[in-house]
Write a protein that binds this ligand. Structure first.
Ligand code: SF4
Length: 401
C-alpha cells in the first residue's frame, strides 16, 4: 500500500544546472578532474540548528578573508516547532542530500575537516555554491514538507569557522544532553510509527526514550517525522499524547492506549510498554530481538535476530519470529530493540534482569554493565545451557531455582 501511495507524491526538483538524485550519493568524483576543491580547517562543521529569527529561505556565503580557507555548512531552521533533538535527524538527512548533485561532493577529509569537490564538468555547466544551497533547501523540504524557512550558510573562511566553533560545540553539547536525559517521565508526548502497518494491521509502534523502537530507529527520528512530515506515506509518524499514567511499573498510559486503538482500528486497545505479559507491545516483522517466557523455569529468554542456534527450550529465531510477527502471540513474548537492554525501565514489570535466565552470548555482551553485577554470572547463554535440563542445572548451581 505505501508503495502505491508513494507514486502520488511528486518531489520538487532543485534548480541546479546538473542532474540530481539519491543515485549520486555514492558517486566517486575523480580527484584529477576537479574544477573546484576546497578543504575546511580542523574546525569545520556541518550542523543543523534551530534559529527563530530565520523567517524566509536564504543562502549566505561567508567568503575567505584571511590566508586560510575553510568549508563549513550551517543550516538554520526558523520553524518554532523545531527543537534540538529534531535537528539531529534533519542533520542526518542533510548529510545524505548534500551529495545528491552529479559531480558535486561534500565529504570528510579524514582529518576532522570537510572537503568540497566539484568536477570540471559541473563547474563548466555553471554549478555554484548557491546551487548547493538551493539543493539542500529543496531536498530537505521534500523530506520534511513542514520544515518551514531554511537558511543555508557556507563558511569559506578558516578564522570565521574557528570563531563560530565554540557556539556550535555548546549547541551540540546541549542537544546531546537533551537526548540523553529525555525519559518517559519528562516528556509530554511519545512517538507513534505505523510504517510497518502494511505488514500487520494489528501493529502500531509507540516509542519512548525508555522503550526504543524495536527496529532501532531513534525516537528523535520519529519526532522529526511526526512534526515535520506528518503525512509521509512511508514513515507515518505521530505525536502520541501520553495522557494519564495508569501504571508506571507496567508502562501503561491512557494516551498510548487510545492512540494504539485508533492506529490499529480497534484491534489492540491496551499496551504495557514494560511487560511481556497481559498486554505486551505489538510486533511487526523487522524487530531486532525477541524476549519470551520459558514456563518450565518461569524465566525470560532473549534472542537476537540472526542467532543461528537453539534456545534451551528448542526455540530458534525462525520459530520465534514466526510466532510473534504481526502480533499472533498475544502474551508471554515481545519484540525489543537492542538498546532497550540498557533502559532504566527494562522489563520493569516482569522483574527486569532478575527474571532473565537465558540470553544469547552476543546480547549478554551488549548488555554488559546494564546487568546488575550479582546477576552477571547467573544468566546462562548458549555456552552454558543448550537444553532445558542444562538450564535448570545452571540456575540451581547459581541458587536461582
Ligand atoms: S518497527 Fe520501526 S518502522 Fe516499523 S512501525 Fe515500528 S518504529 Fe516504525
Amino acid at each position: 500500500l505505501p508503495n502505491i501511495r508513494a507514486r502520488l507524491v511528486e518531489p520538487a526538483t532543485p534548480d541546479v544546472p546538473v542532474p540530481t538524485g539519491r543515485i549520486f550519493t555514492r558517486e566517486k568524483v575523480d580527484e584529477n578532474n576537479l574544477g573546484l576543491s576546497i578543504v575546511g580547517s580542523g574546525s569545520s562543521f556541518m550542523i543543523v540548528k534551530p534559529s527563530p529569527d530565520v523567517r524566509e529561505d536564504g543562502v549566505r556565503i561567508v567568503e575567505k578573508q584571511g590566508s586560510d580557507s575553510g568549508f563549513s555548512v550551517l543550516v538554520e531552521l526558523g520553524n518554532d516547532a523545531v527543537d534540538p533533538p529534531i535537528t539531529l535527524w534533519v542533520q542526518a538527512i542533510l548529510r545524505r542530500v548534500i551529495n545528491y548533485a552529479k559531480g558535486v561532493k561534500v565529504k570528510s577529509d579524514g582529518n576532522g575537516g570537510l572537503r568540497f569537490s566539484v568536477t570540471k564538468e559541473a563547474v563548466d555547466g555553471g554549478f555554484e555554491l548557491e546551487h548547493l544551497g538551493n539543493l539542500i533547501q529543496t531536498e530537505l523540504r521534500n523530506e520534511f514538507p513542514k520544515i518551514g524557512p531554511i537558511r543555508v550558510s557556507f563558511i569559506l573562511d578558516a578564522q570565521e569557522e574557528a570563531a563560530l566553533e565554540p557556539g556550535i560545540q555548546s549547541f551540540v553539547d546541549e542537544r546531546t544532553r537533551q537526548i540523553k536525559e529525555a525519559n518517559e517521565d519528562s516528556l509530554e508526548y511519545f512517538y507513534g510509527c505505523t510504517r510497518c502497518r502494511s505488514f500487520s494491521l494489528a501493529h502500531a509502534c509507540t516509542v519512548t526514550p525508555d522503550r526504543p523502537a524495536q527496529c532501532s530507529k531513534p525516537w528523535y527520528q520519529l519526532k522529526a517525522n511526526a512534526v515535520l512530515s506528518p503525512n509521509d506515506v512511508y514513515d507515518q509518524c505521530t505525536l502520541v499524547e501520553k495522557g494519564k499514567c495508569i501504571d508506571p511499573i507496567k508502562g501503561e498510559y491512557e494516551g498510548v492506549n487510545t492512540s494504539t486503538e485508533s492506529r490499529t482500528e480497534g484491534r489492540v486497545n491496551r499496551v504495557f510498554l514494560h511487560s511481556i505479559f497481559e498486554h505486551p507491545h505489538t510486533a511487526c516483522s523487522c524487530f531486532q530481538n525477541v524476549v519470551y517466557h520459558i514456563p518450565e523455569v518461569d524465566g525470560l529468554a532473549i534472542m537476537n535476530r540472526g542467532y543461528e542456534g537453539e534456545a534451551p527450550n528448542g526455540m530458534t529465531w525462525t520459530k520465534l519470529a514466526n510466532l510473534v510477527a504481526g502480533r499472533q502471540y498475544e502474551e508471554g513474548a515481545a519484540t525489543i530493540a537492542t538498546a532497550y537492554l540498557h533502559s532504566k525501565k527494562f522489563l520493569k514489570a516482569d522483574g527486569g534482569y532478575n527474571r532473565v535466565v537465558w540470553m544469547t552470548n552476543v546480547l549478554k555482551k551488549t548488555a554488559g554493565n546494564a546487568i546488575p553485577e550479582e546477576l552477571r554470572d547467573a544468566i546462562a547463554t548458549e555456552n552454558e545451557a543448550s537444553t532445558l535440563d542444562e538450564l535448570k542445572g545452571f540456575l540451581a548451581s547459581r541458587g536461582r531455582m
